[in-house]
Design a binder for this molecule. Structure first.
Ligand SMILES: Nc1ncnc2c1ncn2[C@@H]1O[C@H](COP(=O)(O)OP(=O)(O)OP(=O)(O)O)[C@@H](O)[C@H]1O
Length: 228
């Protein structure tokens, strides 16, 4: 479960990115976040995994009051949240396998657990054959699938994705969407900021629209609602 209670975010330069956001996303929901450029979507997403801190308000993710956490509790909290980025953010010198296993090595999982889990997620994203390749040897769609495997390897209860299809063509975007759908079918909450009108209008889910830092629409099985 994700909950924000009257959350405000003003950046250091005085820009008011979010102004009084209150929202609740239940465990297992699939939720799009839409809105014009600069509306506050990325800020909304970044607050959920504590990449940014709110100026005011409370944020709960997967049972953690993430504003009350001590520094040393942050890695534990992040294990419950998988994050997927528009530009993948893979470690270039590492292989596909290593990019995914890295998240488990950090928590000192046993070698056997690591091998089993990495094989499972690479299979899920259809990249078992490419485990030993480097990111630069992969297509954009494949790189994003590595990003998703990495996000899933710790079995998080929530996946947060900021424009995961932003750099991909329609075919690859659909592949990513179907993967998210499968992950969501297993009970994982998905929150996905997107400008992809076609995906939002074809695969109907909850839509939260943000404009000028405020939620202006929150619809079950909603539509994209913008022309871009
Ligand atoms: N680190 C930052 N420092 C200062 N201002 C910022 C910072 N990050 C974002 N902003 C500002 O906060 C506002 C909201 O930005 P945000 O990135 O959340 O929007 P967005 O809806 O994700 O936009 P886009 O769709 O273009 O990605 C914008 O006015 C932006 O310029």
């Amino acid at each position: 479960m994700i909950e924000m209670q009257d959350v405000w975010k003003e950046y250091g330069n005085g820009v008011a990115a979010l102004s009084g956001i209150s929202v609740r996303i239940a465990q297992g929901e699939f939720c799009y976040v839409v809105g014009p450029s600069g509306a506050g979507k990325s800020t909304f997403i970044k607050l959920m995994y504590r990449e940014e801190r709110p100026t005011k308000g409370q944020i709960f993710v997967g049972g953690f009051n993430i504003e009350r956490l001590r520094e040393r509790q942050i890695p534990m909290m992040r294990r419950h949240i998988g994050v997927v980025f528009q530009d993948y953010k893979l470690l270039q010198p590492l292989t596909v396998y290593e990019n995914v296993s890295f998240a488990l090595e950090v928590i000192e999982a046993s070698r056997k657990t690591i091998q089993k889990r990495v094989s499972e997620v690479l299979e899920l994203v259809g990249l078992s054959e490419k485990a030993n390749m480097l990111p630069r040897e992969l297509s954009g769609g494949e790189q994003q699938r590595v990003g998703i495997a990495r996000a899933l390897v710790n079995k998080p209860s929530v996946i947060i994705a900021d424009e995961p299809t932003g750099n991909l063509d329609p075919d690859n975007s659909w592949t990513i969407m179907k993967l998210f759908q499968r992950v969501n079918d297993r009970g994982t909450t998905i929150v996905m900021a997107t400008h992809n009108r076609e995906l939002v209008n074809s695969v109907r889910k909850r839509v939260i629209a943000i404009e000028q830092g405020r939620i202006v629409r929150d619809q079950e099985r909603g539509e994209y609602g913008y022309e871009d």
